[in-house]
Design a binder for this molecule. Structure first.
Ligand code: SF4
Ligand code: NI
Length: 676
């Protein structure tokens, strides 16, 4: 038994000596937040012994600071640890995680440190965390233990192996510090707010296996200031750690932080959790596939009257998986029928899109795309465990009932695998898609009097408000006007509220008196005015989840757009992550706007600045992705040659190169009304 209090004292002394022994300079390059824990607590950018010692002393010799500085120095001098260890996790990944944290697909965060006595026991704890929608980070001996037990590790499995010793757990703390600064409006140096944020908003728990050294104990104990419960399994006594057993540790920790889960196991021979949503099934791992251009496949969700269908009924028409040849592509039709007193026909496409998530929740099933271009795979591993086509139906029926309890009273699923029948049903489904498209397509902002707000991200960015219109999807790319409308109808007191446009203030910028009034109230008085279509004047606030950033380049009288995936430095002189660090947190920053990729295709894109003719630079990957849809649009608008005049990183990486390129091609922005 190790006495926690005693070990902690000794550990703190050791850390103090080590801080004094720092000899090289260090920094992380995938973040705009320096050493995030030190930076968030003190506002100081630590990079050498002097700054480290200063911050350490200011924070009363806090072991978290020591761990952060020592590991940063170690990484800078010795390099990163080899795979599977992730080491420090960059800002880009954290911004992506932001949305999962707000939409409820991640309920909380856990850190596991130490060396388990049995690999099987640790694996069971991790499995429970996965099934309870937790995102788990691992540091130290637990990682080889899990690998030995055959547990798959990685962000896509929600089990993130940070590093080979428990001190790497500091990367768990630096993530929370950055979430607080990116999304929570915590200013660097405001230690008080950071600690309050961590204690109240960060749903984080720490699980400790035996074998920690004195320094490691001091470090783990240091996390108590952030309000994280420390749950110890065996080998420790004293201090304020909470004793727990492998069977109860997850439940106890989650209860302590008030994390409530409502997951009922679905009776199929395959685990089912959002933890598996990110994994893919490679060709070698696949037993059979459906669609993906290799065989006819489609999915369709239709509303029925209450009483017309039997809840939970799953029907397979055609051969089951046992009669399909391994490695082949097979026909598949998924037809979901739903009924409920408050269900409406308009909701069909929104619910239909959930099929994608639900199929991916299955540990051995994978899904991409939608409608009649779906592509589904089932893994060999799953089939070996007994998974059949029927179980995909059970999974869908159960998940729809679980996730929409107020809306749906009955869900029935039919899966067709007989080729001729799939073809007939697919032709009928295509008619339905066309009717739906006709209803939504061409819907203009001017045609409706009500827009919808989204304040989901206020969990992290307390004053942020998205206003979503038919022609301006939300900056995160996840929510359309129709989604907002339906979400409001399904849950009238939720995060999506109707916004009456009210009278027009500025047509070009898209400024309305009603929108301003709403935004002022929803931003707690912080934002007075909000224009829907301008980057320059009163742009919408940014929370941190934007797919892309649009920003002005006054030197070339134009606007550039950069997407989250773009890693290089843009002609603005900054990378995406540096830019994102400057504009997030719920602030309004004239000259900058967070936007979704699809908004680039909208007629309202950059309307305030004169339209898409202002667009001077866009990363090649986005250009390629949008090309098939953008080319016809530009032709329609009488700009057939604009596409090739928009620069990308292959022809301009600096503002000087961009100027030369734009002049050479005669880009229209050069002769437009001055931006500033
Ligand atoms: Fe966050 Fe806006 Fe997306 Fe809502 S619409 S989740 S507030 S980014
Ligand atoms: Ni957000």
């Amino acid at each position: 038994m190790t006495d926690v209090l005693f070990a902690k004292k000794a550990g703190e002394e050791l850390l103090k000596t080590q801080i004094a022994g720092i000899s090289s300079t260090f920094s992380y390059d995938e973040t705009a937040y320096h050493l995030p824990v030190s930076y968030s607590l003190t506002g100081i950018a630590v990079s050498d012994r002097a700054t480290a010692a200063d911050v350490f002393a200011r924070m009363n010799n806090n072991p978290l600071i020591a761990a952060e500085c020592l590991l940063a120095e170690k990484t800078a001098t010795g390099g990163r640890e080899p795979a599977p260890y992730t080491g420090f996790i960059g800002d880009t990944v954290i911004r992506k995680l932001g949305y999962s944290l707000v939409d409820g697909s991640i309920l909380g965060l856990a850190l596991i440190v130490g060396k388990p006595e049995s690999a099987g026991g640790a694996a069971a704890i991790c499995r429970e965390l996965q099934e309870k929608y937790m995102l788990t980070f691992l540091a130290g001996g637990v990682i080889p233990s899990l690998s030995e037990a055959g547990v798959k590790l990685g962000l896509e499995y929600r089990l993130v192996p940070l590093g080979s010793t428990p001190l790497y757990g500091i990367h768990f703390v630096d993530i929370i510090a950055r979430v607080a600064m990116m999304f929570g409006g915590v200013t660097p140096g405001d230690a008080h707010r950071l600690l309050a944020y961590a204690a109240e908003r960060a749903k984080a728990i720490v699980i400790v296996f035996p074998g920690l050294s004195d320094e490691e104990i001091a470090f783990v104990d240091g996390m108590r200031v952030l309000g994280f419960p420390i749950l110890s399994l065996t080998g420790y006594e004293g201090g304020e750690w909470i004793p727990a057993t492998p069977d109860t540790v997850v439940r106890t920790g989650m209860e302590k932080k008030g994390i409530r889960v409502n997951v009922t196991a679905i009776p199929i021979p395959m685990a089912c959790s959002p933890a598996f949503e990110g994994k893919s099934i490679r060709k070698e791992e696949m037993y059979v596939e459906f669609g993906g251009g290799r065989s006819p496949a489609f999915e369709l969700l239709r509303m029925k009257n209450v009483g017309e269908i039997t809840d939970g009924q799953v029907t397979v028409i055609g051969p089951e998986i046992g009669s399909m040849t391994e490695g082949t592509a097979n026909p598949l039709g998924i037809i979901i029928e739903v009924a409920g007193k408050t269900m409406k026909k308009d909701y069909e496409p929104v619910l239909e899109r959930r099929i994608h998530n639900f199929v991916n929740y299955g540990e051995g099933s994978w899904h991409v795309a939608q409608r009649d271009i779906i592509w589904i795979r089932i893994s060999k591993e799953a089939v070996a465990k007994g998974v059949k086509i029927e179980h995909i139906g059970k999974l869908l029926a159960s998940k729809f009932r679980m996730d929409f309890p107020q809306l749906l009273d009955a869900v029935a699923v039919t899966l067709i695998t007989d080729k001729d029948k799939v073809l007939v049903a697919k032709a009928a489904a295509e008619k339905v898609y066309e009717e739906r498209d006709a209803r939504i397509k061409g819907m203009r902002d001017a045609d409706v009097n009500t827009y919808y707000s989204c304040t989901l991200c206020q969990t992290f960015a307390p004053n942020h408000v998205c206003v979503i219109t038919p022609e301006r999807p939300a900056l995160c790319g996840a929510i359309s006007w129709l989604d907002g409308k339906i979400a409001y109808e399904i849950s009238p007191s939720g995060a999506n509220q109707p916004v009456e446009k009210g009278s027009l203030i500025n047509a070009q910028n898209g400024e309305f008196e009603g929108v301003n009034r709403f935004v002022k109230k929803a931003s707690h008085g912080e934002i007075e005015r909000c224009s829907l279509y301008s980057v320059m004047e009163y742009p919408m606030t940014c929370c941190g989840c934007f797919e892309c950033i649009a920003l002005m380049l006054p030197e070339v009288n134009g606007i550039m757009v950069v997407n989250r995936e773009f890693k290089g430095v843009t002609p603005s002189g900054m990378s995406f992550s540096t830019l994102a660090g400057t504009i997030g947190g719920g602030a309004q920053t004239p000259g900058f706007a967070g936007i979704s990729k699809n908004y680039i295709l909208s007629d309202r894109f950059l309307q305030g600045e004169g339209g898409i003719e202002r667009l001077v630079w866009l990363p090649a990957q986005v250009k390629d992705e949008l090309k098939p849809r953008l080319l016809p649009l530009l032709a329609q608008r009488g700009l057939p040659d604009l596409f090739d005049k928009i620069a990308d990183e292959t022809n301009a990486t600096t503002i000087e190169e961009l100027t030369v390129f734009l002049e050479k091609v005669g880009h229209p922005a050069l002769t437009m009304k001055p931006l500033v």
